[in-house]
Design a protein around this ligand. Structure first.
Ligand SMILES: [Zn+2]
Length: 91
């Protein structure tokens, strides 16, 4: 019987304990799951990095949007002022 390359255990049971039959056949059940968990955690870290990237992009976009909003508010005020002026002319 094969031994786990990581811990030496002989508890290598592909297809049992939720293991599939194809991956990590040189690892025991415990180490195979641990590896899966580590892979998943690495993926989570990578996802986190990607999300950080997106959020800094997002912050840039938000600043641009804020800029537009400020300009828009200024324009609205100008339009209001102009409207008031026009009203006062027609009185
Ligand atoms: Zn092991």
């Amino acid at each position: 019987m094969d031994k786990c390359k990581s811990c030496g255990s002989q508890a290598i049971n592909p297809g049992k304990h939720g293991r599939d039959l194809t991956s990590d056949l040189d690892l025991c059940d415990v180490c195979a799951w641990r590896k899966r968990a580590e892979d998943f955690s690495n993926q989570t870290v990578e996802m986190g990095k990607l999300l950080d990237g997106y959020s800094s992009e997002n912050e840039k976009l938000l600043k641009i949007v804020d800029g537009y909003a400020i300009q828009n508010a200024k324009l609205s005020k100008l339009v209001e002022e102009a409207t008031e002026k026009i009203k006062s002319w027609t009185k």
